[in-house]
Design a protein around this ligand. Structure first.
Ligand SMILES: Cc1ncc(COP(=O)(O)O)c(C=O)c1O
Length: 394
């Protein structure tokens, strides 16, 4: 089989809701992947931010091998050892909390929305204010929470009760609060929205506002969680705690898992019968997630993320000085956005041709989200390729 054969299978059998690149990746290790023809690529967007520990981290592989031979699935009508251990691990690394497990980011958001709705139901409060340029997933409710009309077009009628404030703008948020508002939901760093970082002042004022008005503060840490920003969870940069937090992406080291983390300060409204997931929190994925926490600590990855972030920031400074096409650099830990004054897609294509995988979002923002295990040598190599590409295209 080669890429062409796989493309043929896609044409005949895979629903066309994606536009995959002209390659078929069959193997990965750390920050490197190989295509079916054996070509090696440097992956600076591993797994769309899922592979925080890089591809096939040995600790995750070993946890999966162990658990696969023991118990893969267990429905939630039995006590599950690894689910309980993971909930404790999440709580001990964030705030005193209880956790609901599901299988993806959108499902975690869906659970947060259902939690908020039920929390407010007696007082007839149901409105959730999110932010423009946010991204919360593709289920109908998550796509409606997402403050970008392009993800909603053609799927109307959308669920009621969502309003969109300008990101990082307290006045815009305040203006939308009504007697029916129950929650405020946003990402500490908008990922798909172009690496837009919430300011400390904004975050703290929103927390205060939520306390004053009795609103739930829901932080979507699907992309920012699990060490990505240099803290285990991004909210820890801000000196506040959310009421609810959603996780997914790199939580499972590559396997599908999502979580809704509910602060113990908030009364639990998801009692038996109100919400569930068949696969949620199964032994295989929760064992993998436990190995992710263990590895982040054992390899001191939070410190490493800070160091690599500073190293990348220095390199980006050099690139920006050289190329006027770079409008702005935004970086938080290992979430990097390079905003261009032009379309970013040609840059992505040239990088891929030179065997570097990166992403472009919002049309003009090059997005780089390398694995947390990335090395200086790999960063040097990636920037050598980026420099060549900027030289060729600018
Ligand atoms: C911040 C954020 N929330 C939610 C989601 C949705 O996650 P999933 O694709 O796992 O449903 C994403 C996915 O990119 C995300 O970045």
């Amino acid at each position: 089989m080669n890429t062409q054969d796989v493309k043929e299978l896609y044409k005949n059998y895979v629903l066309g809701n994606y536009a995959p690149e002209n390659m078929c990746i069959v193997k990965g290790k750390g920050s490197r992947v190989w295509d079916i023809e054996g070509n090696e690529y440097l992956d600076f967007f591993p797994g769309w931010a899922v592979c925080g520990l890089g591809h096939c981290h040995p600790a995750v592989v070993s946890a999966l091998r162990y658990q696969a031979g023991r118990l893969i699935h267990l429905p939630n009508n039995y006590h599950n050892l690894t689910q309980a251990m993971l909930a404790k691990e999440i709580s001990e690394n964030s705030f005193p909390a209880k956790v609901f497990f599901c299988n993806s980011g959108a499902e975690a958001i869906e659970a947060a929305i259902k939690f908020a709705r039920r929390y407010g139901s007696e007082k007839k409060k149901f409105e959730i204010i999110t932010t423009m340029n946010s991204f919360h997933g593709r289920t109908l409710a998550a796509a409606t929470a997402t403050g970008q009309p392009k993800y909603q077009k053609g799927f109307e009628p959308l669920p009621a009760g969502f309003k969109y404030a300008k990101f990082n703008d307290l006045d815009s948020l305040k203006a939308l609060i009504s007697d029916q508002t129950i929650a405020i939901l946003f990402e500490p760093v908008q990922g798909e929205g172009g690496i837009n970082i919430a300011s400390k002042e904004y975050m703290q004022k929103v927390r205060k506002l939520c306390d004053e008005k009795g609103l739930l503060l829901i932080l979507d840490e699907v992309q920012t969680g699990m060490g990505r920003t240099g803290k285990m969870f991004a909210y820890q940069h801000y000196g506040i705690e959310p009421d609810l937090m959603t996780l997914a992406k790199s939580l499972g080291g590559g396997v599908p898992i999502g979580a809704l983390v509910v602060n113990n300060k908030i009364e639990n409204v998801l009692v038996p019968g109100t919400h569930a997931s068949t696969f949620g929190g199964n032994p295989l994925v929760t064992r993998a997630a436990l190995s992710v926490f263990k590895t982040i600590k054992k390899q001191k990855l939070l410190k490493h993320v800070e160091e690599m972030s500073a190293y990348i920031a220095e390199k980006l400074k050099g690139l920006k000085e050289q190329y006027a096409v770079i409008k702005e650099i935004r970086i938080c830990g290992l979430m990097v956005g390079i905003e261009l004054t032009c379309e970013g897609r040609p840059y992505v294509e040239r990088c891929i041709a030179k065997r570097l995988l990166i992403n472009c979002t919002q049309g003009s923002v090059l997005r780089i989200i390398p694995a947390m295990v990335v090395t200086k040598k790999e960063i040097d190599k990636a920037f050598a390729i980026l420099s060549e590409v900027f030289k060729e295209l600018s």
